[in-house]
Design a protein around this ligand. Structure first.
Ligand code: PLP
Length: 287
């Protein structure tokens, strides 16, 4: 396995960064998770647009143009000769001293890791997931915008810890007003009477690339879709619930906080969507 590290390919054992890196010291940096299906990178442009928007928002200077960086990612995928993989792109503020001041960091550290996927076990796509809602809240958009995919993922880690304490593998967090925001690393959709609902960005969810792909597919299939805030009650009483994400793809949820969703098996519309999504990712990807 070859890891791209600041312009060189190194082995996993040699892929090392200083303890003075501000990504390590302060979570000062950004990342992306991208998927490769059958050698095709899925929605590369959308991921790179989001990465560069995140960088701009936190005034982080990515030392490559977007086109150069896109080529680097494609080259790293090719070098690793993996057809189906998850790509982790990390840009940290770089090495500085112990102070917070980002101006002390001369240049960003850039890492691209390409690995086979470890996501939810395959059976869960057949049976559906049981999830809970947790006390950890999505940070307010005015505090640290959820649109910035930053290295500060402590909220999301706490969501996972709370999920595991409840004996499940994923959970939903609410925003500060109690509206359902998203999972620890995925967006959420509910379906009622054939209409799809997903929280709008301003609720505090990341504008997921998979979420946007699913919105396109749902509309193309002719279903109604509304980006509207909803509460836990709406989730408990939905006909179907599912999560979307680069790693998770589309996965049905069959129980939320002990409430059985529908008949307790993945719903028909969710299953239809997963099939269409898998068709789409192969046909749409860029070599
Ligand atoms: N929400 C959060 C907090 C995430 O980290 C992710 C994963 O990247 C998502 C949602 C899903 O977004 P995407 O579909 O772009 O992977």
């Amino acid at each position: 396995q070859w890891i791209f590290l600041n312009g060189e390919y190194v082995t996993k054992e040699n892929a090392k960064i200083s303890v003075y890196d501000h990504g390590f010291l302060y979570g000062d940096g950004i990342f992306e998770g991208i998927r490769v299906y059958s050698g095709n990178v899925f929605r590369m442009k959308e991921h790179m647009d989001r990465l560069y928007r995140s960088a701009k928002s936190i005034m982080l200077n990515v030392p490559y143009s977007q086109d150069e960086f896109t080529d680097i990612i494609v080259a790293t995928v090719e070098k690793n000769k993996i057809e189906d993989a998850y790509i982790r792109v990390v840009v940290s503020r770089g090495v500085g001293d112990l102070g917070l001041d980002p101006n002390k960091c001369a240049k960003a550290n850039v890492v691209v890791i390409v690995e086979p996927l470890s996501i939810f076990p395959k059976e869960l796509y057949e049976t559906g997931l049981e999830i809970v809602t947790v006390a950890t809240r999505r940070n307010r958009p005015d505090v640290l915008s959820p649109k910035v995919k930053s290295l500060n993922y402590l909220n999301n880690v706490l969501v996972r810890i709370e999920a595991h304490l409840a004996g499940v593998s994923e959970a939903l967090m609410l925003n500060d007003q109690g509206y359902v925001a998203e999972g620890s690393a995925d967006n959420v959709f509910i379906i009622r009477d054939g209409c799809f609902f997903t929280p709008p960005g301003y609720i505090g969810a990341l504008e997921g690339i998979t979420r946007n792909a699913v919105i396109d597919i749902v509309k193309e299939l002719g279903y109604e879709l509304k980006e509207e805030p909803f509460t836990r009650h709406d989730v408990y009483t939905a006909d179907e619930v599912f999560l979307t994400g680069t790693a998770a793809e589309v996965i049905a949820v069959i129980k939320v906080d002990g409430r059985v969703i529908g008949d307790g098996t993945p719903g028909a519309l969710t299953k239809e969507l997963l099939v269409k999504f898998r068709e789409r990712v192969v046909s749409e990807g860029v070599k």
